[in-house]
Design a protein around this ligand. Structure first.
Ligand SMILES: O=c1ccn([C@H]2C[C@H](O)[C@@H](CO)O2)c(=O)[nH]1
Ligand SMILES: [Zn+2]
Length: 130
């Protein structure tokens, strides 16, 4: 993927991050899923007073994309205010895997636009799939 497209996706995820509802952690995360038809779906983390009910940004974006008919993730871009590129939690890695294909790109980034692009196998080696 060309550099400009990557930076544009990071910018889009930074925009999505603006809508994060982070009453408890004050840690905002944004995500963009590009589906197999090239459509973009955004997500932000949405927390709850019952902490365990909180939903991560990447899962919000994936569930929205699936609701809109996505079968496979072409690219997912996740951004947070971290020292290096953000590291998604284990639950999200498993959910990304569910909708990943051979060529799915996973872009992890921070607000300084430092990023790394991983394959599913790199993000979740030996992950569970039926
Ligand atoms: O990759 C990540 C890591 C964390 N969070 C959220 C969960 C919680 O709302 C907050 C702090 O963990 O950040 C995400 O949305 N994505
Ligand atoms: Zn998560």
């Amino acid at each position: 993927m060309e550099e400009k497209k990557i930076i544009d996706l990071i910018d889009e995820a930074i925009q999505a991050r603006e809508n994060a509802y982070v009453e408890y952690s004050h840690f905002s995360v944004g995500a963009i899923v590009v589906d197999d038809k090239g459509k973009h779906h955004k997500g932000a983390n949405v927390e709850n007073a019952s902490y365990g009910l909180s939903n991560c940004a990447e899962r919000t974006a994936i569930f929205t994309a699936v609701t809109n008919g996505m079968k496979n993730i072409d690219t997912i871009c996740i951004v947070a205010d971290t020292t290096g590129p953000v590291s998604p939690c284990g639950a999200c890695r498993q959910v990304i895997k569910e909708f990943s294909a051979e060529n799915t790109r996973i872009i992890l980034a921070n607000l300084k636009k430092e990023y790394k692009i991983l394959t599913m196998e790199e993000l979740l080696p030996y992950g569970f799939k039926l």
